[in-house]
Write a protein that binds this ligand. Structure first.
Ligand SMILES: Nc1ncnc2c1ncn2[C@@H]1O[C@H](COP(=O)(O)OP(=O)(O)OP(=O)(O)O)[C@@H](O)[C@H]1O
Length: 251
């Protein structure tokens, strides 16, 4: 069974379909790329999966369960995490605190236990700090842990966003143009991290315009054009597919 399956999913704006009867899936342990020209409907698809946009038709299944009508927060608790095209961080807070903020969804101790400073709250906080440090280490940002997030380069701020998404220990990770604005060396470092994350059993679905990155990283690529799936398969065959080339030239 797929980790994520879209069945006949669609979304209309002003009576016109931005996404039309889309069938696609993302598998655990695999990195699926979602590509297509501007306005193809990629962000709309990801927003529907994350519960930020209602579906006009079809179903979204998470591990076989119909989650089409769930709210974003509920989906996040169920293991769907996403990053955004525009960075959303608390700029004055430290890198570590920004990552820690991602954990709040999974904190088990009650607010009362935290207020009273009960041992359970201490234990939990210590565990969260340890997991935050693991993430900082994985992303090569341990030395920057105490720096204000807003003082860092664009590439590093994007990494913070990814750490925050991973802090929720998702089953499905949705990434919106994760390497936009990065050079190849930075992008390939992130590619190695995404591969590790997938190897841990996470399904990754990423929107990306950087074809070198898609070629290098994605196990499977889906191509959208005008809200429809026009091709899917391994990166090489999809990128060389005449229908795909034509859709980009026409945009
Ligand atoms: N909230 C909205 N209201 C009206 N139309 C919208 C809305 N969101 C998206 N659209 C339209 O839906 C279509 C698909 O947009 P979407 O942003 O999903 O494409 P995209 O493939 O992510 O594009 P890009 O690569 O430029 O980010 C576009 O025609 C867009 O104008």
């Amino acid at each position: 069974m797929s980790m994520l399956a879209l069945q006949g999913v669609g979304r209309d704006f002003g009576g016109l379909p931005a996404v039309d009867s889309l069938n696609m899936s993302a598998e655990r342990g695999r990195i699926t790329g979602l590509i297509g020209p501007n306005g193809a409907g990629k962000t709309t698809v990801v927003n529907m999966i994350a519960g930020l946009l209602k579906l006009s038709r079809g179903q979204v299944l998470l591990d076989g369960e119909d989650v089409s009508t769930r709210e974003a927060q509920e989906l996040s608790r169920m293991g769907i995490a996403r990053t955004f095209q525009n960075i959303r961080l608390v700029r004055d807070a430290s890198v570590r605190d920004n990552v820690l903020a991602g954990f709040h969804l999974h904190e088990k101790t009650s607010t009362l236990a935290n207020l009273l400073g009960l041992p359970s709250a201490f234990r939990e906080r210590r565990a969260l700090l340890a997991r935050t440090d693991e993430l900082l280490d994985r992303f090569g940002m341990t030395a920057m842990a105490d720096w204000p997030a807003g003082s860092l380069s664009y590439g590093h701020q994007r990494r913070i966003e990814m750490m925050r998404a991973l802090a929720t220990e998702p089953r499905l990770l949705l990434l919106d143009e994760p390497v936009a604005g990065m050079n190849d060396a930075e992008a390939y470092k992130l590619a190695a991290i995404f591969r590790e994350v997938a190897d841990d059993g996470v399904a990754i679905l990423l929107i990306e315009h950087n074809m070198r990155f898609v070629r290098r990283l994605c196990d499977h690529v889906c191509v959208l054009a005008s809200g429809r799936l026009i091709a899917e398969g391994d990166a090489e065959s999809v990128i060389n597919d005449p229908r795909v080339i034509e859709s980009y030239l026409g945009s």
